[in-house]
Design a protein around this ligand. Structure first.
Ligand SMILES: [Zn+2]
Length: 264
């Protein structure tokens, strides 16, 4: 009868035995040997298993970035900014050193920041290195952590979305927005560059991105030449409200431009 065979099963599995295994790469290790239905099952080298697991995680991370890259239709960080590092930022004055410190902390504390979706506003005069630092944050996160980070100017996003309205476009507006909501961090540069009031299209797009990220509790870094007072009219009040959630960090860049001072 079938049930008798099932009841007889436990006796077919003797207690596991402890032994010492030998790995060609890592030497001796404690090994458990199980005999199951006359077959011998030995546990493997724990160090080899740890390495295999790490490699698998690494592969998954690369896979995730490739998929995000495909969704964005371009590199997460444009080539021009891919070499920017925090180390490469020349900080001489007290204010510059403070800006660098805040950016470094933002990278170091990113696990906590990404949990609360805490945004960073880099506001102030042109030529003070905001773009350098913003791109550097994205680069360092990509290099040092499993987080994904993208850098985009608002202008390039609007351009990409307008291109989807053309007949025969392969991508839809929703796909572009979704790809900008996906990364662990989005650095959004050149907010409010045009002196005119923003168009409805501009405000709607901005809100779709910022609100999408807000709903997923994903932080955004905003870079603008405007100050805190002028920002709401360039982004829309609703947008700025979303950024404030989770305790926004405002970093002012109010020293004189460094452009052209370094010579050629
Ligand atoms: Zn091994």
């Amino acid at each position: 009868m079938r049930s008798e065979n099932v009841l007889a099963m436990p006796s077919a599995v003797p207690a596991p035995q402890q032994a010492t295994g030998l790995c060609a790469d890592h030497g001796q290790f404690p090994q458990t040997i199980n005999m199951i239905f006359g077959k011998v099952f030995k546990t493997g080298c724990p160090e080899c298993m740890r390495i295999a697991k790490k490699e698998e995680a690494e592969r998954a991370k690369i896979q995730e970035r490739c998929e995000l890259q495909l969704k964005l239709g371009a590199a997460l960080i444009p080539k021009r900014f891919a070499t920017k590092t925090l180390k490469g930022y020349v900080a001489e004055s007290k204010e510059q050193k403070e800006a660098l410190r805040v950016c470094r902390k933002y990278v170091d504390k990113f696990p906590e920041i990404s949990e609360t979706g805490r945004c960073l506003l880099m506001l102030g005069k042109p030529g003070t290195g905001k773009t350098h630092l913003g791109a550097a944050i994205a680069n360092e996160l990509m290099r040092k952590t499993a987080a994904t980070a993208a850098y985009r100017t608002l202008g390039s996003i609007l351009h990409e979305i307008r291109a989807t309205y053309r007949q025969g476009s392969e991508r839809a507006e929703g796909q572009i927005i979704a790809a900008l909501v996906s990364p662990s961090l989005l650095v959004l540069d050149e907010i409010g560059v045009s002196k005119e009031t923003p168009s409805d299209f501009e405000l709607t797009t901005l809100f779709a991105i910022i609100n999408g990220r807000y709903e997923q509790m994903r932080p955004t870094v905003i870079i603008s030449n405007l100050d805190g007072k002028a920002l709401p009219s360039a982004m829309g009040e609703r947008c700025v409200d979303r950024l404030r959630e989770g305790g926004v960090i405002v970093l002012p860049f109010d020293w004189e431009s460094q452009r052209g001072k370094e010579g050629f």
